[in-house]
Design a protein around this ligand. Structure first.
Ligand SMILES: [Zn+2]
Length: 108
């Protein structure tokens, strides 16, 4: 079977979904990003918050992580490399993932 991938923006969801990036609910009538495809014989479909999708796409572009390496934030080990980047560039998504802001070290 040929691999296949499609994605589209949903202006307003008709039912509640769970965001594959942050694990939180995407409320009814919210905008969302939807992806559907076939990879090595398995079908997949994902809904993500628009902001979470933008963050993941941005991080993939930054690090060249595509296909199996594509970032799925809720499943990634917490690592300052990406949490720090997320806090700086996508604070809304960092908050959804409960990533605490980095406190500046106080000089003694
Ligand atoms: Zn999300």
């Amino acid at each position: 079977m040929t691999d296949f991938h499609s994605e589209r923006a949903i202006k307003s969801t008709r039912k509640q979904h769970r965001c594959e990036q942050c694990g939180r609910a995407i409320e009814v009538a919210s905008p969302a990003h939807y992806a559907f495809g076939i990879y090595e014989g398995d079908t997949y479909s994902t809904h993500t918050h628009v902001e979470c999708h933008a963050a993941a796409r941005g991080y993939a572009e930054l690090t060249g992580s595509w296909g199996e390496d594509y970032p799925w934030f809720q499943h990634m080990d917490r690592d300052i490399d990406w949490t720090g980047w997320l806090l700086e560039h996508h604070p809304i998504v960092a908050e959804r993932l409960n990533i605490p802001p980095v406190e500046d070290e106080v000089e003694a």
